[in-house]
Design a binder for this molecule. Structure first.
Ligand code: INI
Length: 161
């Protein structure tokens, strides 16, 4: 018979860290609110949520790695806003953040989700931070709960591989 694996959306007993980049803070605060709301709605205890602020999206991957290797969290939600109109460094900051988060997730085997907005304008970012396109912070938090539960249910990784 086919073994089917899927993570549940029940966050009971999960310890979740949110790493948030302060750059474009008004937008990122909306993402954080969305993420915290999602975690609360999915039974994550308030005392099991850590919120870590860093200066900007560039600092998110290294901070996520510190948390991932602490053994004290089950999932990490990365939130930030990189807006093209505001920097010639857009591609570097956005690329580093996104690639870095992916690399940390693969290296550490911990669920780390990407709720970093990369948009052309502040208006596009606002649309995705509680506006007409929803809240990417909420979505990233939901993905973190699902992935933490999925990993808990999958066969354990072999220490030899
Ligand atoms: N950081 C962001 O999170 N978003 C941006 O749009 C941004 N811009 O425009 O430059 C940004 N820059 C700061 C960067 O993330 C670092 O904090 C900074 O370079 C210090 O290392």
């Amino acid at each position: 018979m086919t073994q089917r694996y899927e993570g549940s959306f029940d966050g009971r007993n999960l310890r979740v860290a949110i790493v948030a980049g302060r750059f474009n803070e008004t937008i990122v605060k909306q993402l954080v609110d969305g993420a915290v709301d999602c975690l609360a709605r999915h039974n994550v205890q308030e005392s099991d949520i850590s919120l870590v602020w860093v200066p900007g999206a560039f600092e998110i991957p290294a901070t996520a790695k510190r948390l991932a290797t602490s053994g004290e969290v089950d999932a990490i939600v990365c939130l930030g806003a990189v807006i093209r109109g505001e920097t010639a460094h857009f591609d570097y900051v956005a690329g580093h953040a996104s690639n870095g988060i992916g690399a940390v997730a693969v290296e550490t085997g911990l669920p780390i989700t990407n709720g970093i907005l990369t948009t052309e304008s502040v208006a596009q970012a606002a649309d995705r931070a509680g506006g007409k396109m929803g809240n990417k912070g909420f979505e990233a938090a939901l993905a973190a709960v699902e992935m933490a539960n999925l990993y808990a249910s999958l066969p354990k990784p072999s220490p030899e591989l």
